[in-house]
Ligand binder design. Structure first.
Ligand code: NAP
Length: 309
């Protein structure tokens, strides 16, 4: 299947281009970007022109930041294209609902991807938790924003989500591995005095059977980086490490760790998209985004020292 990639920035080049190149199903047939390009692939700067001139390309993968993404997604759907959305699927929930309705109307597939759900050990964590009684779950997602988002101004602007840009990855795993839905009870957001979005956040959730669920996100962590989810149950403890690449049950590491454990995430997303297109289906699970929207609505804001790149 021919596919066009839109927004040739960090994630498109790091993950999407290699995943498409390695796939027997997909062929990268065009790119759309104001500045970026991929060698040997037809490059457009104008999205409408690509949609008009390349009617042979039926699928579009949008790797733009969340704020500009809606207009691109809506235009693609109106032009009868199937659409794959980088996370988060939009800047607001209402935008995402509008896209779902539009995709239904135009009978095209729409996929809100959550790459962290495809990390190697997430499925094992879900299976292990499925027959246990959860007592406590704690997310610790601490990384260095200067290392992972150098010079990206959009993350600090309204709709950029700040530390929830990585934090939503943790929430995508939590909503996948828990057998029940949770909802936000309270949050604290630390917002640099010169920015619009949080650099740190602490979240507490209500769980239907009373388990304690919390998350700490911090973008100021230099040195060792932490992407960890710890779950205490009636029958032992599970720890997901390195963003879902590693798992420990009662302190014992699963020996089957691949050399490059996060390398499977994007190939799995593209395999999922191929299935959705073949079956004419939509997959818009918005639960991770609901938690972020709730935190931004309910969170108590604390102004912290200015952040400069
Ligand atoms: P990025 O490099 O800053 O931006 C991606 C591309 O989007 C840019 O190259 C730019 O292309 C285009 N773009 C930016 N602002 C635009 C605007 N206002 N209108 C039209 N095009 C615009 O960002 P990224 O890190 O790749 O992240 C993109 C998305 O992927 C985000 O939603 C992010 O959460 C997600 N993601 C990122 C990572 C990561 O490690 N960086 C990991 C997983 C997911 P041109 O200027 O060339 O047009």
């Amino acid at each position: 299947m021919k596919i066009a990639l839109v927004g040739i920035g960090k994630i498109a080049l790091d993950q999407h281009v290699p995943a498409i190149a390695a796939s027997p199903v997909w062929e990268l047939a065009a790119t759309v970007s104001r500045q970026g390009a991929v060698e040997g692939v037809e490059a457009f700067t104008d999205f409408a022109k690509m949609l008009e001139e390349r009617s042979d390309i039926r699928v579009v993968s949008l790797c733009l930041p969340p704020v500009p993404r809606f207009e691109y997604a809506a235009a693609a759907i109106r032009a009868g294209r199937h659409v794959m959305l980088e996370k988060p699927p939009g800047a607001t929930l209402a935008e995402c609902h509008a896209l779902t309705a539009l995709a239904q109307e135009h009978r095209v597939s729409l996929y809100a991807t959550w790459h962290s759900r495809e990390a190697d050990k997430v499925a094992a964590a879900k299976a292990w938790l499925s027959d246990k009684t959860l007592r406590r779950l704690k997310v610790t997602w601490k990384e260095d924003v200067r290392r992972w988002h150098p010079g990206q101004d959009w993350i600090w602007e309204p709709g950029g989500m700040g530390v929830f840009d990585p934090g939503i990855n943790a929430l995508s795993i939590v909503t996948e591995i828990l057998p029940v839905n949770i909802h936000l009870a309270s949050a604290t957001l630390e917002v640099p005095s010169n920015r619009q979005t949080p650099i740190g956040a602490e979240l507490h959730f209500a769980h239907p059977h009373g388990a304690e669920i919390s998350a700490v996100f911090d973008w100021r962590q230099t040195g060792e980086q932490t992407w960890m989810i710890e779950a205490e149950t009636d029958k032992g403890t599970l720890v997901l490490l390195d963003g879902g690449a590693r798992i420990q049950i009662d302190g014992v590491e699963d020996a089957l760790v691949s050399d490059n454990p996060l390398a499977g995430e994007y190939p799995r997303l593209y395999a999922n998209m191929a299935k959705l297109v073949a079956q004419g289906e939509i997959d818009m699970d918005l639960r991770p985004m609901v938690h972020v929207s709730d935190a931004l609505a309910l969170g108590r804001r604390i102004s912290v020292e200015p952040f400069n790149d």
